[in-house]
Design a binder for this molecule. Structure first.
Ligand SMILES: NC(=O)c1ccc[n+]([C@@H]2O[C@H](COP(=O)([O-])OP(=O)(O)OC[C@H]3O[C@@H](n4cnc5c(N)ncnc54)[C@H](OP(=O)(O)O)[C@@H]3O)[C@@H](O)[C@H]2O)c1
Length: 289
């Protein structure tokens, strides 16, 4: 039996779907009862919370391999550490940990939190595979589409920094292969998309697929901070996002290599494919109604 945590989340949901396609005994872990009722067929759903150690013991009953993921929140280190301890106590054979790009060389922000869990996992002596993905293509709709729909523009203080976005579905393929350990045991995979792209170029590509002019507007970091706080984002999250942006501005997100392609044994999803498939998300809903 394999256990996929974070089954309601953006990457965890993709990993669960891939696991159902490829494996016979799959359990999806949910925190909320409501989300658990949406579990796809082909898996059994279990309710558990990283903060509730007893619930983790039940979720891990009879499980050999676990994919561990948590929301990017300050409690991530403590919550995922609970899960790592529970895996050790339950006799799990292999853990695939969803970490983040930068955990190897950037101690701030989300990468810094993920690095602590990586070190914790390594310290247990459990067999592991660590995945350090770059930014998800799915972020482009999640973060940029609302202001593009409303104003035909998106805003940040990224300058001309580039990011090699990758598809959550491609991460899922690597995750499910890694659950079998084998040659993946003891490996840390830095996963990049096939093309590094600046926000200026991203705006051009979105304009092309939507047939409307979309602009990227570079603003001072202080203005970006005020804007995010004004939208109701908590201080810790604004600080973490701006620190991650600094990492991108230092070139940390711009790497491209063939590792993802060699692991999934096909071409990764490209930015243009993703934008074409999601073009309606960027269109002005009122204008197209
Ligand atoms: N987005 C990116 O570009 C990117 C890039 C690299 C790495 N990452 C990393 O990838 C991870 C996942 O990102 P995501 O966008 O998929 O996050 P997400 O959509 O928030 O999903 C996180 C999942 O963790 C679950 N979870 C949260 N707290 C939990 C708890 N106490 N017990 C059990 N489960 C809990 C959530 O369940 P609920 O639905 O119940 O809250 C959800 O299913 C993050 O750690 C992030 O740092 C993201």
């Amino acid at each position: 039996m394999i256990l996929i945590t974070g089954s309601s989340g953006s990457v965890g949901k993709a990993v669960l779907q891939e696991a159902i396609r490829k494996e016979s005994k799959v359990r999806g872990m949910y925190r909320s009862r409501e989300e658990a009722t949406k579990a796809p067929s082909g898996c059994e759903a279990v309710l558990a919370d990283y903060a509730d150690k007893q619930s983790l013991r039940k979720a891990l009953d009879g499980v050999n391999s676990v994919y561990v993921v948590c929301s990017p929140i300050p409690q991530l280190v403590e919550l995922e550490s609970n899960m790592v301890d529970a895996c050790k106590e339950s006799g799990v054979k292999h853990v695939v940990l969803n970490s983040a790009m930068g955990a190897g060389d950037y101690p701030k922000s989300f990468p810094g939190w993920h690095r602590k869990v990586e070190d914790k996992l390594k310290g247990t002596g459990l067999s592991y595979t660590i995945l350090r993905p770059n930014g998800f293509l799915q972020n482009i709709v999640a973060y940029n589409a609302p202001s593009i729909r409303a104003q035909g523009a998106f805003y940040a203080a990224m300058g001309d920094a580039k990011v090699s976005y990758l598809d959550a579905g491609d991460i899922a393929v690597v995750a499910v292969k890694s659950l079998h350990a084998g040659a993946h045991a003891g490996k840390t995979y830095e996963l990049n998309g096939p093309e590094a792209i600046s926000n200026q170029e991203l705006a051009k590509r979105i304009s092309k697929v939507t047939a409307r002019t979309v602009n990227y507007v570079d603003i001072p970091e202080s203005a970006q901070r005020e804007s995010m706080l004004g939208l109701g984002m908590p201080e810790w999250q604004v600080t973490a996002l701006l620190e991650l942006q600094q990492y991108y501005k230092q070139g940390g997100g711009a790497r491209t290599d063939g590792l993802l392609q060699s692991l999934i044994q096909r071409a990764p999803v490209t930015l243009d494919q993703y934008l074409t498939a999601n073009a309606r998300e960027f269109r002005d809903q009122a204008a197209s109604a």
